[in-house]
Design a binder for this molecule. Structure first.
Ligand SMILES: Nc1nc2c(ncn2[C@@H]2O[C@H](COP(=O)(O)OP(=O)(O)OP(=O)(O)O)[C@@H](O)[C@H]2O)c(=O)[nH]1
Ligand SMILES: [Mg+2]
Length: 373
């Protein structure tokens, strides 16, 4: 094969990536990703709420779901309506997903549109053969009925998606401390957004350590419930610090980190980060999650992070007592050690600052939740 032929092959074999934001929160997260420029992926914002959708100017495509059923007014918190609405646009959604290798579906569970639509769209993704990864948040423990809806949606999603990356807003708040609610939601947007962006970047762009689509598939295909943890370290032992933080503070209550089926680790560090450090991170993870069947990692250099490393660990195939129904009432999370909370909070504050503007919709939603509380 000539070099030209090889380059052509690289171009045509690059996996095609699509991100579909569903419902208000899903569309806000999709906007976060669009703002940060998703190289090599298309972004679709879909909602039943026409007014909110009209603000999604950064998406490559917008879809008003269930125009006949909802008339552009939203679902009023009923997931059944969200599911029906998505079915109205089935052919269009199918056309947009066709040919996608890696499909990310993002939503804040608990409302009507995102919660109802996400399993419908995930079904289309799986049918078309795409690696289908749902990334969702579950509402605060205080929003009891919304949490129940979220749990039902995750059960439905488990049937039709490969992996479901779940962030529990309550857990996030616990780690992020006393952040105002709107900032806590913005952190969730940034976390899910960077998860999607980091993965897409490492499989479509040259990075320090590349992940390829086949690697990703090996860990995320039929991965089930997955949790994310983030950690940051500086100074000596920065990698150890960041890894142990990421593994000790999953943003979903899981029974036992060491029982995870697969681990995906993504490391970002300044220009001073060495390949050795990246390898050490991998070894450390193998020690902490000894029973895992698969470990993959990708690494990227960010010139703004000199002296620091930031680690995002995704554990697949984990058990969460709340989601498996073992705990019906409020989940009592294990206490997070104080020394871990401070640097994590700083990392999250950094993420919030990095978010140039919080969508107005988020702020008004936050105000409503504050009232509910
Ligand atoms: N991460 C994040 N979560 C949000 C945001 N706004 C709301 N949420 C969370 O997402 C859940 C669902 O809210 P929405 O996305 O607004 O609901 P929807 O899917 O549009 O549903 P309907 O408005 O009922 O049609 C809420 O219960 C909150 O927990 C946001 O901007 N970011
Ligand atoms: Mg809405």
């Amino acid at each position: 094969m000539t070099r030209e032929e090889l380059l052509e092959k690289v171009k045509t074999s690059r996996p095609s990536v699509a991100v579909v934001g569903l419902g208000g929160a899903g569309c806000n997260i999709a906007t976060w990703i669009a703002d940060k420029k998703l190289a090599g992926g298309k972004i679709i914002a879909a909602n039943t709420d026409a007014a909110h959708l009209s603000t999604m100017t950064r998406a490559d495509k917008i879809i008003l779901l269930g125009e006949k059923l909802c008339r552009g007014h939203g679902c009023g918190g009923f997931p059944e309506r969200g599911a029906e609405a998505a079915k109205e646009n089935l052919a269009e959604l199918k056309g947009d997903i066709q040919g996608t290798n890696l499909l990310f579906l993002v939503a804040g569970l608990g409302g009507g549109s995102g919660t109802g639509a996400i399993p419908v769209v995930a079904g289309l993704g799986r049918e078309s053969g795409a690696l289908t990864i749902a990334c969702v948040t579950i509402p605060f423990t205080i929003e009891m009925t919304r949490r129940e809806k979220a749990r039902d949606a995750i059960k439905a999603l488990a049937e039709v998606s490969d992996s479901i990356v779940v962030i529990d807003n309550s857990k996030l708040r616990e780690v992020a401390g006393n952040l105002p609610l709107k900032d806590a939601l913005a952190v969730a947007n940034a976390l899910i957004g960077s998860f999607v962006k980091n993965l897409t970047d490492t499989i479509t762009q040259p990075s320090l350590v590349n992940l390829d689509y086949a690697d990703l598939r090996a860990v995320m295909e039929r991965g089930g419930i997955s949790s994310i943890g983030i950690g940051e370290g500086d100074g000596q032992d920065r990698v150890e610090k960041a890894v142990s933080q990421a593994l000790s503070t999953p943003l979903l209550d899981i029974t036992d980190v060491s029982t995870a089926y697969g681990v995906l680790i993504h490391i970002v560090g300044g220009e001073d980060m060495t390949l050795d450090e990246v390898a050490v991170a991998g070894e450390l993870i193998m020690e902490k999650v000894p029973n895992t069947k698969r470990v993959i990692w990708g690494a990227k250099v960010d010139p703004n992070l000199t002296g620091k490393v930031r680690v995002m660990a995704v554990l697949t195939g984990v058990t969460c007592p709340f989601l498996s129904g073992e705990v019906k009432q409020k989940v009592v999370a294990p206490q997070i050690p104080k020394e871990v909370v401070k640097p994590l909070r700083e990392a999250m504050e950094h993420m919030v600052k990095a978010q140039e503007s919080i969508p107005r919709e988020t702020i008004s939603k936050a105000a409503v939740f504050s009232k509910e509380r």
